[in-house]
Structures are given as structure tokens and as C-alpha cells.
Unconditional design. Structure first.
Length: 287
């Protein structure tokens, strides 16, 4: 009887956010390991579950049933908590189901398993709305434990090159942005410059870092061990607050907007949404 309560699709009640998806989908158990420490303003599912990540066949069965009640042309969004490719080398069967029901797809992933599906994604994107977002936390690697399961721009270059050649709508999302750790202006400038050269369709940063009591405790534990010189700064400026923003935020936004406009890369959410769906939604704020 417990399985009757399973819900794998959650409606998005704010279509000006979260890349305009209509439903958030999750067919896994467990959580992305980074969500043990923090989440960002573009993460619709912020909770952390202390269990192994595993594809759940029962949830997938319910997922296919729920899809049948969704009207055509709606967008199903798979975000990174956890990544759809966590236990799957291919999502071809999911693409087939969405295509059959005339539904679109938003996919956030930086897994190289996506390369196994390039031909199928090309075919899908010719008939259905499709947008790929590649999450990164920095241009180059930063040696800290909470970044160990995340990727920098340089580590996803192979995926970028393949998506560019495939002519699939894609871009990078920059998250999390942590004060004094990866909020350097030069880091942003290098990401934007490389994204321009690589022909990406959009860049979208999450300037706000989110915690809860569990996350902030784990975050401070890592800082105390690996960046103890920052403990006083963090306590003096943020303490136990659950929302953090860099003291460089205004300069970061200025560089971001100027550079993306100059290089003609989409950066406002409404323009990113319009890359893959007809939308009357408007975004009053850029970030």
C-alpha cells in the first residue's frame, strides 16, 4: 500500500524559474553528495537523503504512469539531485517514452554517459523541446572535499565539444558560488570567455548559497579542517544564516551581464527558456 503514495513528478509553480520546466522528475533513491553541504537557488530539490544513489524501478513504473496524465508539449525536468545518469549508461528508454507522449526534456548533467546518447538526443531534439545544462563550480579544479563529486569547466570539455558538434541547445550553470573560495572575478571571466569560444547557448549562475541546519554543520566541519583560516570570516559575516552571497556579488553580476551581452550569450532566464520552448513567461529579475 505504501507504493501508492509514490509521486515522481512535482509541478513547477513558478515557470519563470527553473528553466521553464513544467514538472520536476525524480526516479532515484538517494541524493547528490554535494547536497550534504549546500544547495543553490537553481536547485528545485534541495533535500539530502543519507542513502545510496540507486535507480528505482518501482518509481520508474509510477513515473511512466504519471506521464500519461500530462498533456503534450509540457517539459519534464531532471535536475542534478541526483543526476539522471547516476546508475544509467543510457537514458534512451526515457527519451523513447517522452517522445511517444510528445513531451519535452530539460536535463541537468555533467556525466560523460550523456555521450552514449548523443545520436538519440539529436533525433529527440528535432521533434521535441530539449535543453541540456552542464553544472560546474569553477573554471579549474579546487581541492576541497565538498567539490570532490562536482566538476569544473575543464573537466567537461569533452561533453561541451560533443554537444556543440551535435547542434543541441546547451550551456553551463555555475553553482555553488562560495565566498572566498570560488567567487574570484577572474574565475568568472575565464568561464565566460571559454563558453564564448565553445559556442554555448547560455550561461546561468546561481549567486545565492543555501543551507539548512544539517548542511551548514557539515559545511563548517569541512571548512574547519581544510580552510580553517576562513572560519572567523564566515562566522563574523554569516554565522548560522541559511542564505549566503559573496561580498563580490555586485561586481560579479556586472562582469557577468557585460561579458555575456558583449559576446551574445543568453543569460536571462526568459531568454534561456525561449531557446527551447514557446513561452509567454517573463523574468522580472535576471538571477
Amino acid at each position: 500500500m505504501e507504493n501508492l503514495t509514490i509521486k515522481t513528478l512535482i509541478p513547477n509553480n513558478n515557470h519563470t524559474k527553473y528553466f521553464g520546466v513544467d514538472y520536476f522528475a525524480n526516479i532515484y533513491d538517494g541524493s547528490n553528495p554535494s547536497f550534504r553541504y549546500f544547495s543553490s537557488s537553481i536547485d528545485p530539490i534541495m533535500n539530502y537523503k543519507e542513502e545510496s544513489i540507486s535507480f528505482n524501478e518501482i518509481k520508474y513504473s509510477y513515473f511512466t504512469q504519471e506521464l500519461r496524465n500530462i498533456e503534450p508539449n509540457k517539459i519534464i525536468g531532471f535536475f542534478q539531485n541526483p543526476c539522471l545518469y547516476s546508475n544509467l549508461k543510457s537514458i534512451d528508454f526515457i527519451l523513447d517514452e517522452l517522445d511517444r507522449l510528445k513531451l519535452g526534456l530539460f536535463l541537468e548533467t555533467n556525466s560523460e554517459n550523456i555521450l552514449n546518447d548523443i545520436e538519440r538526443l539529436i533525433a529527440f531534439g528535432k521533434k521535441r523541446p530539449l535543453l541540456i545544462a552542464l553544472p560546474i563550480y569553477s573554471f579549474q579544479e579546487i581541492e576541497m572535499s565538498f567539490f570532490s563529486n562536482m566538476k569544473s569547466y575543464t573537466r567537461i570539455q569533452k561533453i561541451i565539444n560533443c554537444l556543440k558538434s551535435a547542434d543541441i541547445n546547451f550551456g553551463v550553470v555555475v553553482k555553488p558560488i562560495i565566498p572566498k573560495i570560488n567567487d574570484l572575478l577572474s574565475n568568472f571571466e575565464r568561464i565566460i570567455k571559454s563558453a564564448t569560444v565553445d559556442g554555448q547557448d547560455f550561461i546561468y549562475p546561481s549567486f545565492t548559497l543555501y543551507f539548512d541546519s544539517f548542511k551548514i554543520h557539515n559545511f563548517y566541519d569541512i571548512i574547519n579542517i581544510e580552510k580553517s583560516e576562513l572560519m572567523n570570516y564566515f562566522f563574523d559575516n554569516f554565522g548560522q544564516k541559511y542564505n549566503w552571497e559573496s561580498e563580490n556579488i555586485q561586481e560579479l553580476k556586472k562582469i557577468f551581464v557585460f561579458s555575456t551581452k558583449k559576446n551574445k550569450i543568453n543569460y536571462a532566464m526568459k531568454d534561456i527558456i525561449n531557446l527551447y520552448r514557446e513561452s509567454d513567461y517573463t523574468q522580472l529579475k535576471l538571477f
